[in-house]
Each structure stands twice: as structure tokens, then as C-alpha cells.
Design a protein. Structure first.
Length: 232
């Protein structure tokens, strides 16, 4: 994909992710900076669904990790999306009866983009469309992941996807990425119990594939993970 003429490593992570998906010019970056100068925050482990309703335009995650989840009547939870820096939280009609909510995993900083700055024909519009396209592709892949992959392959494939997303924002160092997720959160995203997640992480480490420790994940052998998963 084309990139911005401005060196990516000089941009904040969220802007860098967008600039990796479409060429952003000075006007696009100025619009992003203007939006970022009016940030909103959400504390870790807090629901901020209601705060998003006041957003006048697309919501951009500037920093932190968030999730969209469905809470079942018996207390079980299915995480349907993770939001990382550079991701857009799509607006959806919500009310008090909705089972879906947006929550902060870590402390989150977000802002609302001016719709006029992302009008069709702008680089920012191209970047936002690319984010939405990647989101659709990821959701389709996740259906296959949950429906056809065993726990080992499911977790390996999911971690590779997170690495790719984080790396495009410049958040990875070598083969290491941040992973501020509990085993419960991982399980809720992948349809596994915490015990099963623990066992699967241990198996990935024993196989020399991926190691998770201290809030980070180390991709020890990405090629073997891809071959094992069997998905392009």
C-alpha cells in the first residue's frame, strides 16, 4: 500500500497506522492533530459506551486497548472486537437494552474526527475505509478461527493478527509486542476457558512458537505458526 510522504516513524502510533494504509498529506495530518487536541479518556476496565454517543464524527483510538463485547444473560461474555491505536470504533445505535458495550481494557484515549476532514477523496477517508475493510476481513477470519481451528491454532493465528496490527502502528519491537490482556480476556475473545488458555499458552511455549509473559508476547517462529494454522 502507499504510505505518507512523511516518515512513518515520526508519527504517533494511531496516525502511523492510518498512514500505513493510505497516503496522508499535510491537510490530513493537520485534521488528525486538531482532533487529538480535544481528547477524551476512559479509565481501565470501565465501560464508556455512553461517552461515545456524544461523538460528532468517527471515533479514533489514540492510545490504549478497548473491546466490544456481548454479555449474555447468564454472565458469560463474548468479545467481538478489540480496538487498538489507529482503530475506528464504528457508531452503532445503542440503548439501555443492548447487550453490546464498549469497554476499556487499559486506560484509553480517544477522539472524534471532524466528518468534513474525512470527506470522500481525502487521504484520511481512504485510510478510514481501509480500516473498515480490514475489520470486515478480520471478522470473517475470526468466524473461521472459532468454527474450524483448535485451541492451539486459534490462539496462534489470533496473536499473529494482533502482531500485524500493532506492528503497523510501530508498537512492536522486533518479534515482541505488547499484550496487556488477562487470560480471561483472551478466553472471552476466543471462546475458551481461562484454564484452557493457560494450557494452550504453555503448549505454544513448549513448541517454540509463541511465548507470553509480563504483558507482552514474543513471536518465536511466525513461519511455523502460519504453516500450522493453514490460513493465508
Amino acid at each position: 500500500m502507499k504510505t505518507s510522504a512523511i516518515p512513518l516513524d515520526q508519527l504517533p502510533p494511531a496516525f502511523r497506522r492510518l498512514a500505513s494504509l493510505a497516503p496522508l498529506d499535510a491537510t490530513d495530518l493537520k485534521a488528525l492533530e486538531a482532533a487529538a487536541h480535544a481528547p477524551r479518556t476512559a479509565a481501565a476496565k470501565r465501560d464508556f459506551t455512553g461517552s461515545l454517543s456524544s461523538a460528532s464524527g468517527p471515533v479514533l483510538i489514540l492510545d490504549g486497548w478497548a473491546l466490544r463485547a456481548c454479555l449474555l444473560s447468564d454472565g458469560r461474555r463474548q468479545i467481538t472486537e478489540l480496538f487498538l491505536p489507529g482503530d475506528i470504533i464504528s457508531s452503532e445505535p445503542t440503548d439501555q437494552r443492548s447487550s453490546y458495550s464498549i469497554g476499556a481494557i487499559t486506560a484509553v484515549t480517544w477522539c472524534a474526527l471532524d466528518p468534513a476532514s474525512a470527506a470522500p477523496g481525502t487521504g484520511l477517508n481512504q485510510a478510514l475505509c481501509a480500516v473498515e475493510l480490514l475489520k470486515e476481513q478480520a471478522l470473517r477470519r475470526h468466524i473461521v478461527r472459532l468454527g474450524r481451528l483448535d485451541a492451539l491454532d486459534r490462539l496462534a493465528d489470533w496473536l499473529l493478527e494482533l502482531y500485524a496490527r500493532l506492528d503497523s502502528a510501530g508498537s512492536c519491537v522486533g518479534n515482541t509486542m505488547p499484550l496487556p490482556l488477562t487470560q480471561e480476556v483472551i478466553g472471552d475473545a476466543l471462546g475458551l476457558t481461562s484454564v484452557h488458555v493457560n494450557r494452550t499458552l504453555s503448549a505454544l511455549r513448549r513448541e517454540g512458537l509463541i511465548e507470553v509473559q509480563g504483558g507482552r508476547a514474543i513471536i518465536l517462529n511466525a513461519d511455523r505458526c502460519r504453516a500450522m494454522v493453514g490460513l493465508n
